[in-house]
Design a protein around this ligand. Structure first.
Ligand SMILES: [Zn+2]
Length: 520
């Protein structure tokens, strides 16, 4: 591999990533993330699985209609209804791609599909041909490819390419592969499939053994030209190959791989934060590239070396992945233009109206705390996506409580033009009381499974960020709330989760349900 190659980045945060329990996003959040992925310069955005639910369909259609600068892809099983529905959602994209999948491993053939090898090939060819009538960019995935017999995998891939597939994606659906093994799977296809040069080989690795990035790199080394990945590595179970890790591995070790991507690496940290904030899935501190400690040098000898010459212990520069050395502090005298600038740098695309609303909130916050940090601004921007007109918002609350007495709470919620008030004496403390009042007004009861409070920035006047995880009807939902008042932040987080329960009850087919379509 002496020639320099450009590896395509296929981001599936909106499809595979969204399948993480509790990571479901609303339409506004998906559009925001799609725009951020576009700014990050990913080549392909897998926007969803259109037939899975009306919500998925609408999200793919909106993203296809509005996002420019990346190929927009929709997932479909290998049948007419799925493929037609995918095209219906994708047809307004400037560069659409239909992604079809069909399981090929013996265990899936026998137990899930109950089809023999010839039937699988017939279906694969039929599906690709149908999709090829709609558009010329077709990706075909033999699901569970890593466990498929190598002769049969070659046969399926050859047939799919002959039928019109322009990308063949090799998924390690269950995260079973190891690097040398997976590299061998790709090499085998490259050497044995006669028409392989007519398609791009893609890899899609799951992280069940913690090897998704290593396996993807092995795929690239052996001829793969596309990697499927997600921001922060989110996804089913242990997740997918992490976009930021694969991108920086290629860039940092260009000397070895002679391959790079189009990714604007300085957008990696802002995009990671956006995904974490939207989904409520926090990034572990020691996470490579985007974790809080990824560039923190604690050992004295390292610090000494760093002061003399950063390259002694640093293989990447923090600024190259978008980690600002210091937060730019703003205050009550900062103007609208400065705020707009900062919001943009953090990855938010606000309309004039949204910016005005964020600016007003910013002024109120600046009166409460002296210094406003990036984390505060990000929290204000996110409120714009949380507070839909059809969702519950907190108007006001009042709590009277003390040790040895049951709290009395008066809560006012509003939703559109309607306003509901509830006064109750209940609960074990102010947070419990306000949660009970929210359940009473909204009529939605949940089990709270996790509740975490942390400071967004530094100082005693820092805003509190509360993350809650609740269970309703066997589904997990997350909520996030921010305020300088930790009780209010708790209430906002809980209400955010309740709003997600309501949206979900409106018809989303959840991937965890057995009646939902499978996905690779
Ligand atoms: Zn997957």
């Amino acid at each position: 591999m002496s020639d320099s190659r450009t590896i395509k980045i296929f981001d599936t945060t909106l499809r595979d990533g969204e399948q993480s329990p509790g990571a479901s996003m609303n339409l506004a959040e998906k559009l925001e993330l799609a725009q951020a992925l576009c700014d990050l310069k990913v080549d392909i955005i897998e926007a969803g699985f259109p037939i899975a639910s009306p919500g998925d369909f609408e999200a793919v259609r909106e993203i296809a209609s509005t996002i420019r600068g990346a190929t927009i892809c929709g997932l479909a099983r290998c049948n007419d209804a799925d493929i037609d529905r995918a095209w219906e959602a994708l047809k307004h994209a400037s560069t659409p791609r239909i992604h079809i999948f069909l399981a090929t491993s013996a265990i899936h053939r026998e137990f899930k599909l109950k089809m023999d090898k010839q039937e699988i090939i017939r279906r694969a060819v039929g599906g690709v041909q149908r999709a090829a009538k709609y558009c010329d960019d077709i990706e075909f995935s033999p699901e569970d490819a890593a466990r498929t017999e190598s002769d049969f995998l070659c046969e399926v891939v050859e047939a799919a390419i002959a039928a019109g597939a322009t990308t063949v994606n090799i998924p390690d659906t269950v995260g079973y592969a190891t690097p040398a093994h997976f590299g061998g799977v790709i090499r085998n296809l490259k050497n044995r499939v006669p028409n392989i040069d007519r398609a791009v080989i893609s890899v899609h690795c799951h992280n069940d053994l913690g090897l998704a990035v290593a396996n993807s790199l092995a795929g690239i080394e052996n001829g793969a030209g596309q990697v499927e990945c997600t921001i922060n590595g989110i996804g089913e179970r242990a997740g997918n190959c992490s976009l930021e890790e694969i991108v920086m591995a290629l860039r940092t070790r260009y000397d070895y791989y002679q391959a790079d991507t189009r990714i604007e690496s300085r957008r990696l940290v802002p995009t990671s934060r956006l995904v974490s904030n939207i989904t409520g899935l926090q990034v572990q501190r020691n996470k490579a590239i985007v974790g809080k400690n990824a560039f923190a040098h604690e050992a004295g000898i390292h610090q000494d070396g760093m002061l003399k010459e950063p390259r002694t212990y640093e293989i990447m520069r923090p600024e190259d992945v978008g980690l600002a050395k210091t937060d730019l502090v703003m205050g009550k005298h900062s103007g609208r233009a400065a705020l707009a600038d900062r919001a943009k740098a953090l990855g938010y695309h606000l309309t004039g109206e949204q910016l005005q609303s964020v600016f007003e909130q910013f002024k109120i916050l600046a009166d409460k705390k002296k210094e406003i940090y990036d984390g505060d601004i990000a929290a204000l921007c996110e409120q714009q996506y949380l507070n839909g007109a059809d969702q519950w918002n907190i108007e006001s609350y009042h709590i009277q409580c003390g040790s040895g007495e049951k709290p009395t709470v008066t809560l006012v919620l509003e939703r559109g033009q309607t306003r509901s008030t509830e006064t109750m004496t209940c609960g074990d403390g102010p947070v419990d009381a306000i949660f009970l009042a929210i359940e009473k007004i909204t009529g939605i009861t949940v089990v709270c499974r996790d509740f975490r409070v942390q400071a967004i920035t530094v100082g005693k006047d820092a805003q509190a960020e509360v993350n809650v995880e609740v269970v309703h009807d066997d589904h997990v939902y997350r909520g996030r709330g921010v305020s300088t008042d930790s009780v209010e932040a708790s209430a906002r987080a809980f209400l955010n989760a309740i709003n997600r329960v309501e949206v979900s009850a409106g018809g989303r087919l959840h991937p965890q349900h057995s009646d939902a379509p499978p996905a690779l």
